[in-house]
Design a protein around this ligand. Sequence first.
Ligand code: HSE
Length: 322
Amino acid sequence: MIKHKVRVKVPASTANLGPGFDALGMALNLHAWIDMEIAEETSFHWVGEQLKGIPVDKSNLIYQVAQMVFDYAGVSHPELRITMYSEIPLTRGLGSSASAIIGALAGANALIGGKLSQDELFQIATKLEKHPDNVGASLFGGIVVAFWDGSRAEYIRLEPDVHLEVLVAIPSFQLSTEKARNVLPQQITLQDAVYNLSHSSLLVAALSTGNLGMIKHAMKDRLHQQYRAALIPGMLEILERATDHGALGAALSGAGPTMLALFDSRNENKAELENFLKQTFMKESIEIELLWLKPSLEGVSVTNLTESSPELQDLFKGEVKA
Ligand code: HSE
């Protein structure tokens, strides 16, 4: 049965969690909403300032990904009305492009009655992103441990500890994943490889057993963060000293520039960690926004809309022109 209008809610995500480069992801309770409808003519409607400048023609990522789903399922729906509102800052390392891909996949699939399985959506999304960390988290929620071998992705989802909170410091500048990947070496030493696989394994064990005290030892990396440090002034100091200010551990969020600190909600001194992050970036003359987040247990979700459902424009801040 074809459903004609759906609303997708998709969480942001943080990738790597330090040592789990391209392998670990965690969904965060910051969201994007996409309404998708089979229409007579394609149109795009962005709600709020966040999405200003995103293409409003058929080159649009959400449109393109939706068409991939239709092709895959052997159906044709070339005209779509797409409306979107997002709280997820763009190009900051919080999985905005992964959330758009997952939102488009889930929305288009719902419009054709869910012909594709979750696994098929995960495989398509991973192929598009080339790593499963962000897309896995946005699709399944919680913490996702995954690999992609170039043809298939496999994953296990972990339930985040109930005490886990996340403080993100989002710099005002953007950093593309491409740029942050271009600074990485193509070869590393065996010693660094062992360092990362042991830390990443320990981190997964700590997260899955609720051994939060182990995170400060485990959340260390030699595969990507030090090479990216020049792109994010202040990062090395945060990685080194955040645990002295109450963090369970700290990492670059995905490819950056956002910095992420894990925190135990039973610790009442949030202000000390906030001040440390603020001051560290201030010394580098970098403006940041601090946000307290929680892991999102839920991944992408889809609801069917009816004539009487309020528009995203009514639920949020009104439409802007791209
Ligand atoms: N694992 C990827 C990276 C995430 O660090 O480059 C980018 O979104």
